[in-house]
Write a protein that binds this ligand. Structure first.
Ligand code: GDP
Ligand code: MG
Length: 162
């Protein structure tokens, strides 16, 4: 079985954008409307010489200050069960939201191996990631899925695991 990575996070943080970058094809639907992808999607991902399976999670639209709908929670839990490692994504521009804290709790309760990815961090790395330490997941990795920044840092974190 291939090493499996799940992209976890509330809607609109950029999971599908990172999925497309890792898989190299536009399989996952990216949209300006939060939460347009409504299911789990899988693809073969690659960073340099690392090959892995990637799962993209999706869910229903929620506002940044709302809690996760039950369906999103179930999808997240299912993806966590399937994964060897979870890339927990947050939106560095939006800051840490209550829904992010709920996702962090799900991951903690599941005892998942988690890398904290602060997406949309292009151009303003320092303040974008500082707040994410408060999630208690560990060191945040600032990336820009859209601009392809920080992918080498994800590689460095994954390389010893795969
Ligand atoms: P998902 O709901 O978590 O799958 O998020 P999407 O991948 O659909 O992205 C949601 C929105 O964020 C879209 O408008 C993306 O273009 C945008 N987005 C994704 N990654 C980045 C990034 O690195 N920087 C910025 N500024 N926007 C991004
Ligand atoms: Mg999506």
């Amino acid at each position: 079985m291939a090493y499996t990575i799940a992209l976890i996070g509330r809607p609109n943080v950029g999971k599908s954008t990172l999925f497309n970058r890792l898989v190299g094809r536009r399989i996952a639907l990216v949209d300006d409307q939060p939460g347009v992808t409504r299911d789990l999607r899988e693809g073969d991902g690659r960073i340099g010489d690392l090959n892995f399976r990637v799962i993209d999670t999706a869910g229903l639209e929620i506002a940044a200050d709302q809690s996760l709908p039950g369906r999103m929670r179930k999808l997240t839990e299912r993806a966590v069960e399937m994964a060897d490692c979870c890339l927990f994504m947050t939106d560095a521009r939006a800051g840490v939201t209550p829904a992010d804290r709920e996702v962090a709790d799900i991951l903690r309760r599941a005892g998942a191996d988690v890398l904290l990815i602060c997406n949309k961090a292009e151009g303003r790395v320092a303040d974008a990631t500082h707040e994410a330490w408060s999630l208690g997941i560990g060191e945040p990795i600032p990336v820009s899925a859209e601009h392809g920044e920080g992918i080498q840092e994800i590689y460095a974190a994954l390389q010893p695991r795969i």
